[in-house]
Design a binder for this molecule. Structure first.
Ligand code: C2O
Ligand code: CU
Length: 501
């Protein structure tokens, strides 16, 4: 393989460096759980649903009694949830009232290239002065720059899935998301709605992220913190990835959620910059198999898969059904992170209230989608993800190259299947735009327990090799693939590819 085999590197300490908070933290499981508000369309007609989002700074109370400045979609963190119907055009107008340029990417969306949020397709702040534009000169060569606002058009010709949207500005995605630029975008389709899975209040989006707080209540992050200076050439500004000691669920530290003793669908999203989680229910339900997985990044699995634990790398989604009817009313059920320590071992808690009517079900067959076949592959490509020197500084590369917005490294042909072999020296959640992966193998074996279904992000582990199938359809143009450890992405671990007809 050419990289050392390191085993047992599941723990959180291996994916980044912990930045401790400098404020007293609340006791876990005291603050109420909430879900982000669903955004209402500004108009809807035969052709499209239109939405408008203003990106702005706001002061949020995340820790009780503490004022924290965030960057929020409509001033909230996480942003509002957009709910779309598969195949119905969704147009989102983003206005930028932040003090910096932004880029919006719909993660998991099958989106034409001009709307996908290429990292240099910057949206400058409203009323940006000539001073701002001076810095735009070099990116204007490679990016499609807009002033103040931009309409993102999403055809959403794809099956039901839990997608999310977030900032994607070249070199600044880590701090942008850390400050709050992330939200859910859920796609439903008729087939999924006919399955009888738990719906309404019993379908809960759950975004998990770690954060750290400074003395003044602000979000603590290396490049935002004047007390953390780095020595050029000695170490990178972000190290291997940034980890916080506060676990937020939908923006609330370690919340408590009352739930009736019935089945719930939990749409789990790991929206953390670098942290990986291994989630379990404590106590486990009698007989085990706490989580019945029904879907993943790109939509439904063909059949449900029961799990005792869920391992989630950054950007991954696990759509699971938990039957709280297996617990006694009055019981507390805690979601714990077995890869955390101290405060990061706690995630959230459910309080099982009373029995209630439950007509939901989990059918044995979820979708009849036809898998890709290895024998159809026409190209095999190899990608090595490594720690490296980038412009004289420690950084991260793909096949020895750091991201450049003017170089495309490959031109996959639309409608053909490819095999990608992925190799790494560290934990890298590898993400591809426009399409998704189907995992063929991990190490010497087949797909791991968490590799099933359409993945747009795979959990590549130190010293391990993975093989995945990928096939691009519909849209020709410029896209990126990258590591979704956002500090790695910002430090070079991203590449442009161009799909061609
Ligand atoms: Cu979630 Cu290219 O990103
Ligand atoms: Cu990485």
């Amino acid at each position: 393989v050419g990289v050392p085999l390191i085993s047992g590197m599941g723990g959180s300490s291996s994916t980044g460096e912990l930045l401790p908070s400098r404020l007293p933290l609340p006791r876990p499981y005291t603050l109420p759980f909430r879900v982000p508000p669903v955004l209402r369309p500004t108009s809807t007609d035969g052709a499209a649903d239109r939405y408008e989002i203003v990106q702005r700074t706001a002061v949020a109370e995340i820790l009780p009694g503490v004022r924290t400045e965030i960057w929020g979609y409509n001033g909230i963190f996480p942003g509002p949830t957009i709910v779309s119907t598969s195949g119905r055009r969704t147009i989102v107008t983003h206005r930028n009232r932040l003090p910096a340029p932004v880029v919006v990417h719909l993660h998991g969306g099958r989106t034409p290239p001009e709307h996908d949020g290429y990292p240099t397709d910057l949206v400058y702040p409203e009323g940006a002065s000539g001073h701002h534009m001076a810095g735009a000169g070099h990116t204007a060569m490679s990016g499609d720059v807009s002033m103040g606002r931009r309409d993102y058009v999403y055809p959403l010709r794809q099956p039901a899935a839990t997608l999310w949207y977030h900032d994607h500005r070249m070199d600044f995605t880590g701090p942008g998301v850390w400050r709050g630029l992330a939200g859910f975008h859920i796609v439903h389709d008729r087939h999924e709605l006919s399955l009888g899975l738990p719906g309404g209040d019993r379908d809960m989006p759950i975004a998990i992220m770690d954060r750290s707080f400074a003395e003044d209540g602000g979000l603590r992050y290396p490049s935002l913190d004047p007390t953390l200076t780095h020595t050029p050439g000695v170490r990178s500004p972000y190290g291997p990835g940034v980890l916080g000691d506060v676990i937020l669920v939908n923006g609330v530290p370690w919340p408590l959620a009352p739930v009736p003793a019935v089945r719930h669908r939990l749409r789990l999203l790991n929206a953390s910059n670098a942290r990986r989680y291994r989630l379990v229910l404590d106590p486990p339900p009698p007989g085990g198999n706490a989580f019945v997985q029904v879907g993943t990044d790109g939509g439904l699995l063909s059949r449900p898969i029961p799990h005792d634990a869920l391992e989630m790398a950054p950007a991954q989604r696990f759509d699971v059904v938990v039957d709280f009817g297996r617990y006694r009313p009055g019981q507390y059920v805690t979601v714990r992170n077995e890869w955390g320590d101290g405060t990061t071992a706690d995630v959230m808690r459910f309080h099982v209230t009373a029995r209630a009517d439950d007509r939901s079900r989990v059918p044995d067959v979820l979708t009849a989608a036809v898998p890709l076949r290895e024998k159809d592959a026409v190209v095999t490509r190899r990608f090595e993800f490594r720690h490296d020197t980038v412009r004289g500084m420690p950084g991260w590369t793909i096949n020895g190259r750091a991201f450049s917005p003017t170089d495309s490294i490959m031109s996959p042909k639309l409608g053909t299947t490819e095999i990608w072999r992925l190799l790494s020296d560290f934990h890298h959640p590898i993400h591809v735009h426009l399409s998704h992966f189907q995992v063929l193998s991990r190490g010497l074996g087949g797909p791991g327990p968490y590799d099933h279904g359409p993945k747009d992000t795979v959990d590549l582990r130190p010293g391990e090799q993975m093989a995945v199938l990928v096939r691009f359809d519909d849209y020709a143009g410029r896209y990126v693939m990258h590591c979704h450890n956002l500090e790695h992405e910002d430090m070079g671990m991203m590449a442009t590819f161009t799909t061609v007809r």
